[in-house]
Design a protein around this ligand. Structure first.
Ligand code: IPD
Ligand code: CA
Ligand code: CA
Ligand code: CA
Length: 269
């Protein structure tokens, strides 16, 4: 892919993500509709949908041959990653958006023939833009982020985990999770997968492990973390699939290896 194309997509994506953030800030001052999806904890607002529609309108007006895979399903039914695919979460952390009016992000990953080329995560209320282009490093508000510490070990790590650790889990039993919580330096749960990736890239947490994320939760974050020397795979070590749900481990390579080994070992209880 010609660099000029990547530069152009990056410029457009940045312009649109900042505009969308501004509009969200405006819209959230007025009452808005909140609906539930799968269950009472799975929220979507009319602002999520409006934001996704905004991206779709912008992208298709300039790039009618691109594809859009968005959480709220207003884009294409994407059956392959051939060509240019924009993978978009219009609001990542809708629960935080509704209940806290902060700690949510817009996430855009641009994949070209299956390869992640551009990742943008915009923390709207903090007005912080994380951006990465494959091979060119990751940036926070225009400042290059240093590589994450390659020597940081699991027992010294702050690990982002979700509520799966508190309830019986099909893929990882509670004992195992309790063992993990005791093993690491501390755990954090931010309620926005995209921000957890951004925080790893920034070096303020060291790992993230979760048992169910969709492509729009991870598409941008994976690129951001790779560009500072980190790695993201499924919990069995296999490659993420941007067409379906994934388990996720994200960290530096040393912690990643420790987490893979730890998960494969039988629990000690
Ligand atoms: C959710 C958030 C949350 C994660 C969930 C996601 P949404 O995304 O990223 O942190 O634990 O699995 O679905 O629905 O707020 O875009
Ligand atoms: Ca959602
Ligand atoms: Ca999400
Ligand atoms: Ca969302």
């Amino acid at each position: 892919m010609a660099q000029s194309h990547v530069d152009e997509y990056l410029e457009k994506a940045k312009e649109w993500i900042l505009n969308a953030g501004k509009q969200i800030k405006q819209d959230m001052k007025e009452p808005y509709e909140v609906e539930t999806k799968k269950d009472a904890t799975d929220l979507v607002t009319e602002i999520d949908k409006k934001t996704e529609q905004y991206f779709i309108d912008q992208i298709f007006s300039v790039y009618p041959d691109h594809k859009v895979l968005g959480e709220e399903g207003m884009g294409d039914e994407v059956h392959s990653l051939d060509g240019v695919v924009w993978i978009i979460d219009p609001i990542d952390g809708t629960m935080n958006f509704v209940h806290q009016q902060r700690f949510f992000a817009i996430s855009i990953g641009i994949y070209i023939d299956g390869i992640g080329e551009i990742g943008l995560i915009y923390d709207v209320m903090d007005d912080t833009l994380y951006e990465a282009v494959r091979g060119r490093g990751s940036y926070k508000n225009g400042e290059r982020l240093p590589n994450i510490d390659p020597h940081k070990r699991l027992d010294d790590a702050l690990v982002g985990i979700n509520n799966f650790w508190a309830i019986p889990n099909r893929r990882l039993n509670e004992k195992k999770i309790h063992e993990l919580v005791r093993k690491v330096k501390g755990t954090r749960s931010y309620g926005s997968a995209a921000l957890e990736f951004a925080f790893i890239a920034e070096g303020i947490i060291d790992a993230y492990i979760t048992m169910r994320l969709q492509p729009w939760d991870i598409a941008a974050g994976k690129i951001l973390v790779e560009e500072v020397g980190g790695i993201t795979t499924r919990v069995d070590g296999s490659e993420l699939d941007m067409m379906t749900g994934n388990t996720v481990i994200c960290s530096n390579r040393s912690i990643h290896q420790s987490l893979l080994t730890f998960i494969q070992q039988k629990d000690n209880g």
